[in-house]
Design a protein around this ligand. Sequence first.
Ligand code: ADP
Ligand code: MG
Ligand code: ZN
Length: 608
Amino acid sequence: MDNKQKKKVGFSIGYFGLMMLLAWVFQILVYQPMVLRLQEVPYSEFLRKLESGEIEEVVLSESRLLYTCCGDDEANPRRHNVVRVDDPDLIERLTEAGVKFSAEASAGGLVSQLGWIITLLPLALIWYFLFRRMQQGGASVMSIGKSKAREIAGELTGVKFEDVGGLDEVEVELREIIDFLKDPQRYTRLGAKLPKGVLLVGPPGTGKTLLARATAGEAGVPFFSISGSDFVEMFVGVGAARVRDLFEQAKAKAPCIVFIDEIDAIGQSRASAMSLGTNDEREQTLNQLLAEMDGFEANNGVVIMAATNRPEVLDKALLRPGRFDRQVQVVLPTDTGRQQILQIHTAKVPLAEDVSLARLAQITAGFSGADLANIVNEAALLAVRQERQRVTMEDFDMAIERVVAGLQRPMTLKPELKRRVAYHEGGHALVAQLLPSTDPVHKVSVIPTSKGALGYTMHMPEEDTYLLSKQELQEQLAVMLGGRAAEWVIFHDRSTGAANDLERVSAIARRMVTEFGMTEALGPVRYASDAGMSYLGPSNMMRQDISPETARTIDVETRRIVEESEALAVRLLEERSDALHQIATVLLEKEVIGGDEIRRIVERGDAA
Ligand code: ADP
Ligand code: MG
Ligand code: ZN
């Protein structure tokens, strides 16, 4: 209220000033000259009238003189206006004629008097506009939280899971939340506690925002959303106020979903946020968010969802139990997922007969849902430009090219390259499966990642490891070398794809020799240098005082360990090349394969 009034006052002062200025300008530039020019009389005429005694009174100003004639109407004397000529005898003549005369501050004098106003006015105006801005900003300090939150007041999104493609597994995870939102009492009656917060984690454009909206749509509850980036560039305290307000409104509308998009913008780890200035604001906002999340009971019907593509920068406090205690991975779509997404986005696009979504899905490995939506749109635009009634496969091909060019992403893998990646990743997975001491495989994928990897194998550590035997370490090395070994077994060839693996392998092997004393030849002596150990972790540096022979032995021993491990991997893969082929085939077909399926393939072969 207070602010509104203040704002109004500011407004009227501004308008008043502006009107004054306009009136003045009008007077000086338009009205005065107009009036003056109307009755302008030549100087000679004035002199003639002066001599003939017709003139009654004269008012002198610097550049003009105004006179009234005796013949004029008494009550409303008409003023005649003469441009003054340089006439040194004027005063004498006036005295002679016996005319009453006086002087008036000239227009020029007026202008010079008003001069300071002219110089001050622009300054005043600038100041005024700045002030108004600040006031608006200032107003926001107190009321923006409210007004903005009102704008986003719980929206019924109407988006359903059928609008989201290729995320079936994630949808299953969210079902429980939807059930809860539909009927909170059913859960509270039994005292069940639901997770307060769900964090959607995944690369940009994979549909996290869409998924959150669909969750609200499926449950039929209001959706309050706010984006972390909204908080950037705000006055200190605004973000916190906004969070408070958002939760207040949400609680009033429970059951509902509060969605914080791009939470990394506020939830960045307090230690890692190095930037000055915004730091304070972010911290306050984050603290408010944490306080709100702790402040209400689970089960009051508000479910908080958040999305990020940079989970690693999030403050640990956010991930503690009772906050975002459930994380859902939203991954890049697989082949079938891409096909579903294409279907969703082409539902309203007339397609030519030659368009095969299955084929499109095949050649768009590594594309996100947003990329695919973009492709469909581009293709439709191309068709429109060609004045075609239907979108053809050619349009799609061109659209893909365009989008790829914009993305600078490794274009779709050529079939032979994909085959190679499939065997490489399959090799890692199979060796891991065959060596029981190593972490079981969780998932293998040959979808190129945006970070440049052509594929990856995800392991699932069963337990934290504190101590590893030499045997276990060597088996781990074998897993890391499994990709390279598989390429050797199948293609009798090496590729650059193993460079990363080799880097990790070499580092571990070297530590086995120089730090863990795991070789007979060198014995239980530490050879690694302690310099640089402090905070950068173990370094690859050697002690300065070791003899050249010892250094050579270290190299030889490191190499021996790596070669032994690789031999182990090659042997395992040759023995079970049947399983390797099967895994690679599944990978080529579906692009991903789960750990369970790999175990099944391996066991089936065992039984045979
Ligand atoms: P994110 O929040 O993960 O960055 P968005 O949800 O904003 O991604 O996705 C942007 C757009 O891309 C969506 O509006 C939708 O049109 C499309 N899209 C992304 N993923 C999918 C998907 N899985 N299914 C259907 N459309 C998708
Ligand atoms: Mg988003
Ligand atoms: Zn590899």
